[in-house]
Design a protein. Structure first.
Lengths: 353, 921
């Protein structure tokens, strides 16, 4: 009953279908006995985590697949108690310090040191070191990253780190220099289609090649999204045809309606309505930069070529602000207001001519 | 903080005025006509905006210049702005450029004026002739005053008649109300010239009533009103039979003009008003009004002198008389005689002149009567067991709640009423602890008591049976602090059962914590008394103290203190101490003192938003400086930016502005708010640059408001940011929970779960239940939940997290209740896998019963023993799972014990490691 994306996830390095050279590199690293700290980065849905789990299996054997979740309690300097989930097998441990927001430094300092100061208990283990996987490393605060630097060197006999990130730009240089950078590129459209076929075959679903291509295209080279789309398509339709309509995620529907509003009506009440939709998306945990990015691409499809550079310029301008500031709605709204203005000016100029 | 910043930012006189003024004001800003050191300096700020020419202009100049000159100047000014619009139009095509610098942007008002459509620009032109005639009218014998460009004298009276004709007849016939024109009119106020205010004999306008209407050429209306008041004149809002003069400006309302014409009231312009002030003798002299006014004043003075004898602490000789007239109780006379013996200097004025009888209380007569009646009827009502509501419905209440702003005599009234009705008073206030227990203990015994104060009275009277009554006054009920938890509820419970009358006093009855008194007390509201009610009392106090204060000054103090009598008395007391021998307060002194002592009221977010956004502050006539606007932000630095952000889209677009102009202003406001967020980050982020607060205020509040501010806005809303923020936090917590539960199956982080997985979760959880609940849909959904270790809470969270077409909360409501309960029952009957064992959810059935510890203190002793027992048991069982398989109650002490042992074990091990680390570094 698992979703296909989870059911058919490859468990070992040799089962991975695309980026073969990366897979061989990882397996040789695992075999070398001198496994370095890794910084694995790549876009969402490219298979970073899958590769790491497979690499861990290569390192330690099937034991790493027996995982459990512990709930740990940490006390901040201001005496607040924080609950923190740790996913671990006997060989490795997986943490997401950014769950703790600004307190991630405590996790890094306390938890990592605790792990690093003890040696591998299982004498029959293949490796002498333990591995800690840090998810969302690019959203670690500066403090936490600084706390990580020295720990990485000092405890390297006992501890190897695998950092997972979407891009390296938020990772401070000292950490980048201490790790082996592994880029997991998004799969190509062909990669995705072939995986879709493979999964469809396993599930005994007749998948028309044209539809597979369309799904791949729609997914934006995100394999997870492609597989989830395929499954929901299969669930919603009796049979798959090349022209079956591909459902868009709920939030994207809202973003599309925002784009429509922006094109249609330029006034303060319209902006108020758009603000309400922005709020709705943000409150429902859709990241602001994703909203802006999606919105811009929707808008670009609707405006004339002449206007595109300006729209993109302002989108980039306000995306930067989203990252610099704290109240993201202000910047989204400012972008909407800006777009209304330049579009209205453009329309009036067209009419005058 | 606030003070510092404001003083730091206080600009040189007038420099910030030009900021938001129309370009006309900006162009002529050099402060020229400034007479330093006079008291009037504050009162003629528009003079600083006058052009240098205006100051220097002499008579010869005036004659040379033809009359229409100023009009022409105005014309050119407007055409300038038209050009501006033309210039802007092509430029606006490349909107990016014009946006980067806001120096060359026209001030917001420029947009109101420089609209494209015909009539907005036409209307100022139409006005010009009238402007010219008005100029011409000014008398030439006023040459002393450096007013601007005066035309040769004309027949004033005839001209005025003409004007009146034109104004009265033309507007209703020809003009329809046009918002664009109205805005233009507002903006094009006066010529930027301000008249020098004249000096006259004190109180020379006594007995005269004035009405101001229309736009005055050289005098802002507020200044005019202040001027008239200063010289003892009365200012009314609408013309009536009693009005002596109407100070008529341009384009007065047609209705008013009609009334003026009908009643035949004399109309003057500001110059004639000045003349009036200069020529009239002090106190109105021997004119009819003057004599009348003098008579009236004399009468009033007599009354005040009369009154001043009765107020305050009576002189010993009069003590008996005062007490017998003021109150009948022996208690009062005892008190007063006691007080008389004390040296009077040691008393505060507020105590010295506290009301001694009901009629001394200023204002709130009705409320006091209500209170009095309630208290007098109390014993009868008690007998009737509070079943008879009585005419005002107060009969069913054992307690009464007096609410009202501070300083208007609530406590005094309560005491006086109690005294008058022959009750002894027991009072508690915020200085006493009033927690639940204390109140229960203290009141529980008091409430059934009888007073014995009468037995110990100095006067050897018989103990009056009535004296054995007591009343409990609970002052400052809303001033409960953290230590007073549960006090309000307890008090309200007493209100239902008390056997003595309870008078509760609070400031703000609308507070949430006062809700509990809604049903148990009879609410009597005290309102701020108006100036009339206070004036005579203050005057008589002043008389008693030998201060001479004109009535207008008192009115001013009343206004600035928001009718806080106590504060006014304190102010006067301070004033009398300030300079030795200072016994007279002039109008200006009063004004200044009122300003200095203006009750600093922290404005509420709504007030701030509407003040900023309704356009008055940014109008051409506004005299609010940038600092005043920043000051508004500092009233509530957290809320005001949010309120502006919420409501800047709710103002009406500027009149006459076209769509692009409106959007441009919106865009500017939005981007300024966006700028402010970056500054906010620098303040509240890791940098903690608190000195940037004023900048944040400007960017987040003042500047956006300046772009969009306009009169006649929609209703303002409370900021939705806070609600959405906390909702976002809540949902992201849910999301994290889902992610951590499903973690064993999925690979994504929380964000990916939301953007990618959620749709599939939704399809697999909601859809089966919604579409085929009876064909195994419910089972399928539960199976899916178990597969991903999702709990029932996670199920709800998935529904809640959806937006738009997958707004699960809405959809879930449409599912029949039967299906929902079937799902819940089904889910609850089965057992479900959890990804990790929560120590708290596992309970040993045998020990469950013990898990009802009520009193934590009591358990401590027992715990020690039990813990040992458990320890032994545990050792027999497998060590490994102890912390998981224990129930909650056992686990707690165990964990702490374990933790402490761990800590102690760790400490020595850690210490050297740490030391080593340090040494290395």
């Amino acid at each position: 009953m698992s979703l296909w994306v989870d059911k058919h996830r490859p468990k070992s390095l040799d089962a991975l279908s695309y980026h073969p050279e990366l897979s061989t590199r990882l397996s040789s690293l695992a075999a070398s006995g001198d496994f370095p700290h890794l910084l694995v980065y790549g876009p969402s849905g490219a298979g970073k985590k899958t590769r790491i789990v497979a690499t861990l299996k290569e390192l330690y054997g099937p034991g790493v697949n027996k995982i459990k979740i512990d709930s740990r309690v940490f006390v901040t300097p201001s005496n607040r108690k924080l609950e923190f989930n740790v996913v671990s097998s006997i060989y490795h441990m997986e943490i997401t310090p950014s769950d703790m927001g600004n307190n991630d430094r405590i996790i890094i300092q306390e938890l990592l040191k605790e792990v690093a100061q003890t040696q591998q208990v299982d004498l029959s283990a293949k490796q002498r070191f333990k591995v800690v996987v840090i998810n969302e490393a690019d959203s670690l605060t500066r403090d936490a990253q600084a706390a990580l630097r020295r720990t990485m060197e000092k405890y390297s006999p006992n501890l190897r780190l695998i950092l997972l990130a979407n891009s390296t730009s938020n990772i401070i240089a000292p950490i980048r220099s201490r790790t082996l950078l592994v880029r997991v590129a998004a799969p190509s459209y062909d990669d995705i289609s072939s995986i879709l076929f493979a999964v469809a075959k396993k599930e005994r679903v007749a998948l028309p090649p044209a539809l597979a291509e369309r799904i791949a295209l729609e997914s934006g080279r995100n394999l997870r999204r492609a597989l989830l789309t395929l499954e929901s398509l299969y669930a919603q339709n009796d049979s798959l045809a090349p022209d079956t309509q591909i459902p868009t995620p709920d939030w994207e529907v809202v973003v599309t309606s925002i784009a429509d509003d922006l094109i249609k009506d330029h006034s303060a009440p319209a902006l108020l309505k758009i603000r309400a939709k922005f709020y709705d998306l943000l409150a429902h945990c859709i990241p602001a930069d994703l909203v802006l990015k999606t919105l811009v691409f929707k808008l670009l499809a609707k405006v004339d070529a002449e206007l595109k550079p300006e729209v993109v310029y302002w989108a980039a301008f306000y995306e930067h602000r989203i990252h610099m500031g704290s109240k993201v709605i202000f910047h989204l709204e400012a972008f909407a207001a800006k777009f209304m203005r330049i579009y209205e000016i453009y329309l009036q100029a067209m009419m005058d001519n | 903080m606030q003070r510092n910043i404001s003083s730091f930012f206080r600009p040189k006189d007038g420099s910030s005025q030009g900021q938001k003024g129309s370009s006309a004001a900006v162009s002529s800003s050099p402060p020229a006509a400034r007479k330093a050191g006079t008291d009037q300096e504050n009162k003629k700020p528009t003079s600083t905006t006058g052009s240098p020419k205006s100051a220097k202009s002499n008579k010869a100049d005036d004659v040379k210049k033809p009359a229409p000159k100023p009009a022409k100047r105005l014309d050119s000014l407007f055409s300038d702005e038209e050009e501006d619009v033309k210039m802007k139009k092509p430029r606006s095509k490349k909107a990016k450029d014009d946006d980067d610098d806001y120096k060359d942007e026209p001030a917001p008002q420029a947009v109101t004026i420089s609209s494209d459509d015909e009539d907005a620009t036409a209307s100022p032109k139409k006005k010009k002739p009238t402007a010219a005639t008005r100029k011409r009218k000014q008398d030439d014998d006023q040459t002393a005053r450096p007013t601007k460009k005066r035309a040769p004298a004309a027949n004033t009276a005839a001209k005025k008649e003409d004007d009146l004709e034109v104004l009265a007849d033309a507007p209703p016939a020809k003009k329809k109300f046009n918002p664009a024109e109205f805005a233009a009119r507002r903006a094009a106020v006066n010529t930027g010239v301000c008249a020098e205010l004249p000096e006259g004999a004190p109180n020379c306008l006594a007995g005269l009533a004035f009405v101001f209407t229309g736009i005055l050429q050289t005098l802002p209306r507020d200044d005019g009103i202040a001027l008239v008041k200063k010289y003892g004149g009365l200012v009314r809002t609408a013309p009536s039979r009693n009005t002596n003069y109407v100070v008529l400006g341009e384009e007065a309302g047609p209705k008013k003009l009609e009334v003026i014409k009908k009643l035949g009231i004399k109309t003057i312009d500001e110059n004639e008003l000045f003349e009036l002030i200069k020529t009239r003798p002090a106190n109105g002299g021997d004119t009819a009004e003057g004599i009348k006014a003098q008579k009236k004043a004399a009468e009033e003075e007599k009354k005040i002198i009369e009154m001043s004898k009765t107020i305050g602490i009576p002189e010993p000789a009069k003590a008996v008389k005062a007490s017998s007239s003021g109150s009948t109780s022996s208690q009062a006379s005892r008190q007063t005689s006691e007080q008389v013996n004390k040296p009077p200097r040691s008393l505060l004025w507020t105590d010295k002149y506290a009301p001694r009888s009901i009629k001394d209380i200023c204002g709130n007569k009705g409320a006091v009567q209500k209170l009095q009646k309630w208290l007098e009827d109390w014993p009868a009502n008690l007998k009737a067991n509070f079943k008879r509501p009585g005419p005002d419905g107060s009969g069913v209440f054992r307690a009464v709640m007096i609410s009202g702003p501070p300083g208007i005599g609530k406590t005094t009234a309560a005491h006086l009423v109690a005294e008058l009705a022959g009750f002894d008073v027991i009072e508690t206030n915020a200085s006493d602890t009033r927690s639940k227990n204390v109140i229960a203990e203290a009141l529980g015994t008091v409430l059934d008591n009888k007073s014995i104060a009468g037995y110990f009275g100095e006067t050897k009277q018989d103990v009056d049976a009535a004296k054995r009554k007591i009343v409990l006054i609970m002052d400052e009920v809303d001033g409960t602090s953290a230590g007073d938890r549960g006090g309000a509820v307890q008090m309200s419970a007493f209100c239902k059962t008390t056997h003595v009358p309870l008078i509760l006093i609070c400031n703000d009855y609308s507070l949430q914590k006062m809700r509990t008194f809604d049903r148990t007390t009879f609410n009597i509201q005290f309102r701020r008394p108006d100036a009339n009610a206070i004036r005579s009392r203050i005057l008589s106090i002043a008389y008693r103290e030998g201060l001479k204060i004109p009535a207008p000054v008192i009115d001013q103090l009343v206004q600035s203190t928001h009718a806080d009598i106590r504060q006014i008395i304190t102010l006067l007391s301070t004033f009398s101490l300030g300079e030795t021998g200072r016994k007279e307060m002039s109008f200006e002194q009063g004004q200044r003192m009122a300003q200095d002592w203006q009750k600093h009221i922290v404005m509420k977010p709504f007030d701030i938003a509407s003040k900023l956004l309704n356009g008055e502050m940014f109008g051409a006539r506004s005299r609010a400086t940038l600092n005043d606007k920043i000051e508004l932000y500092f009233n509530d630095a957290d809320m005001s930016p949010l309120m502006v952000q919420e409501n800047y889209l709710r103002t009406r677009p500027a009149a006459g502005a076209n769509k692009v102009q409106t959007l441009t202003q919106l865009d500017r406001a939005a981007s300024s708010i966006s700028d402010s967020d970056l500054v906010d980050r620098m303040i509240h982020g890791s940098q903690q640059q608190w000195s940037l607060m004023p900048l944040h205020g400007v960017l987040s509040t003042v500047r956006p408001a300046s772009f969009v501010a306009n009169g006649g806005s929609e209703r303002f809303m409370f900021t939705s940011w806070l609600g959405n923020y906390s909702k976002g936090n809540k949902l992201s917590r849910y999301l994290q929970e889902i992610q951590s539960h499903a973690r064993l199956r999925i690979s994504g982080d929380a964000e990916e779960v939301r953007t990618q997985y959620l749709s599939s979760f939704f399809d697999n959880l909601y859809t089966p239940i919604a579409t085929r609940a009876n064909e195994g849909g419910v089972e399928d959904a539960i199976k899916f939940m178990d597969e991903y270790y999702l709990t029932k809470e996670d199920f709800d969270a998935v529904l809640e997290l959806g937006v738009g077409p997958k707004n699960g909360e809405e959809l879930w409501k449409k599912i029949p209740t039967a299906t929902k309960t079937a799902f819940t029952r089904k889910y609850n009957t089965g057992s479900h896998p959890v990804p990790f064992i929560r120590a708290s959810t596992v309970t040993d059935p045998r020990k469950v019963k013990k898990e009802v510890p009520d009193l934590e203190e009591a358990m401590d002793d027992v715990l020690g023993e039990e813990e040992e027992k458990k320890e032994e048991e545990n050792e027999e069982e497998e060590e490994e799972d102890t912390d998981l398989s224990k129930d909650k109650y056992i686990k707690k002490p165990k964990a702490s014990a374990k933790a402490s042992s761990k800590a102690t074990a760790k400490a020595p091990a850690k210490a050297p490691a740490k030391g080593k680390g340090k040494a290395k570094k």
